[in-house]
Design a protein around this ligand. Structure first.
Ligand code: HBI
Ligand code: FE
Length: 291
């Protein structure tokens, strides 16, 4: 009979999604009609306050993506409506999932240009922080840049690399790349530093912090340096890596055979995020810095 996937575990956290309803690829139906007025209200509150930060703190491609996909504060987006606009532009589509899914399925979805978005939205007392990705993080943070052709190709290449990394037992190294780019990446622009990472853009506190605070280190992106660097999941970042363009990201994810890199780095301890190395191209030296 059909095997029911069980909820993946992440530390001791019990995941709240309805995993018993998921298919073997972990997708579910969005069931948009079942969202309550209160849930739409949470979307509206979160969207409004994060949207107001974008012009000052985010890469311009983020607001452009929201506009081109018709995403606004009115209500929780219908995935099908957004897909109708997204698919023709970059070939990507959103698939609904119960929440965090096992990494092999996650990589397979990205390699197939499917972006998994959690169907549930956080509760009123969680507006500022929650440990699991919910609909607001996944949608507001990740979906706008899927309308950018270069970024979208990077994401696909990342998914394909994930499948190879599993064979090398190097998923933890690739996860660092995802963390420091897709989740917490900064972009150097003519107008100054701007955020493009979803973990930044979905956080009211970390959006101004990532761009303006004197605390964290900011270092020019280098693929091997990123793969060697530990990250913290329970606080604002102490280190951000700065790309010059989405093309740079795409080249790093696409033209490189990660095999030799994985072998060279191995699985020794990572560099702490507070540490700056002599070889780093430092953009800003943070007050957390260790010489
Ligand atoms: N599942 N829904 C979801 N969203 C993620 O961002 C995610 C995931 N499963 C695994 C995973 N991320 C990570 O293992 C990768 O980023 C490396
Ligand atoms: Fe995310």
């Amino acid at each position: 009979m059909g095997r029911t996937p069980s909820a993946p575990t992440r530390g001791r956290l019990a995941l709240r999604g309805a995993y018993d309803q998921a298919g073997s690829d972990y997708t579910v139906e969005q069931r948009w009609d079942e969202y309550s007025a209160a849930e739409h209200g949470i979307w509206r509150t979160l969207f409004t306050r994060q949207r107001a930060l974008l012009d000052r703190y985010a890469a311009s491609e983020v607001a452009a993506g929201l506009a081109s996909l018709g995403i606004d504060s009115d209500a929780i987006p219908r995935f099908s409506a957004v897909n109708a606009l997204l698919k023709p532009v970059t070939g990507w589509r959103i698939v609904a999932v119960p929440g965090l899914i096992p990494e092999d399925q996650f990589f397979a979805h990205l390699a197939a240009c499917n972006f998994p978005v959690s169907v549930w939205i956080r509760e009123p007392h969680e507006l500022d922080y929650l440990a699991e990705p919910d609909l607001f993080h996944d949608f507001f943070g990740h979906v706008p840049l899927l309308a950018n052709p270069v970024f979208a190709r990077f994401m696909q290449a990342y998914g394909a690399a994930g499948q190879k990394a599993r064979a090398h037992n190097a998923v933890h190294l690739l996860a660092r790349v995802y963390w420091y780019t897709v989740e917490f990446g900064l972009l150097q622009t003519g107008a100054g530093l701007r955020a493009y990472g979803a973990g930044i853009l979905s956080s009211k506190g970390e959006t101004p912090y990532a761009v303006d605070s004197a605390e964290p280190n900011r270092v020019a992106f280098d693929l091997e340096r990123v793969m060697r660097t530990d990250y913290r999941i329970d606080s604002f970042q102490r280190m951000y890596f700065v790309i010059e363009s989405f093309e740079q990201l795409f080249r790093a994810g696409y033209d490189t055979d990660f095999g030799p890199l994985y072998d060279r780095i191995g699985d020794g301890p990572g560099i702490a995020p507070e540490v700056l190395l002599a070889a780093d191209r430092v953009v800003t030296r943070g007050s957390v810095g260790v010489a």
